[in-house]
Design a protein around this ligand. Structure first.
Ligand SMILES: [Zn+2]
Length: 91
């Protein structure tokens, strides 16, 4: 049996420029239960912040859960670009 030794490859991690990130907020204020009002999903933080300000003005609620998501792409360092073999190949 052979032991396989994997060398550490210092991949860089970048945001995928072909896919938009997602920002959203949900109001968690409220006395008995969370308000639960949602900003909807946006590709930038500004519309979400605008929604928060409007929601606070309308309701007095001041606390939100904020969610951010994006796609990350890992790139091998240039000197290894040709040698890093994917496990299992392309999907
Ligand atoms: Zn609310």
């Amino acid at each position: 049996m052979t032991r396989r030794v994997f060398r550490y490859v210092p991949f860089t991690i970048e945001q995928d420029p072909t896919a938009e990130p997602e920002y959203e907020a949900r109001c968690v204020s409220g006395d008995d239960a969370e308000c639960g009002a949602e900003s909807g999903t946006h590709s930038g933080p500004e519309p979400v912040e605008e929604w928060q300000r409007r929601h606070t003005q309308e309701t007095g609620h001041r606390r939100c859960w904020r969610d951010f998501g994006d796609y990350a792409v890992l790139r091998p360092p240039p000197e290894l670009a040709g040698c890093v073999r994917p496990v299992g190949g392309e999907p």
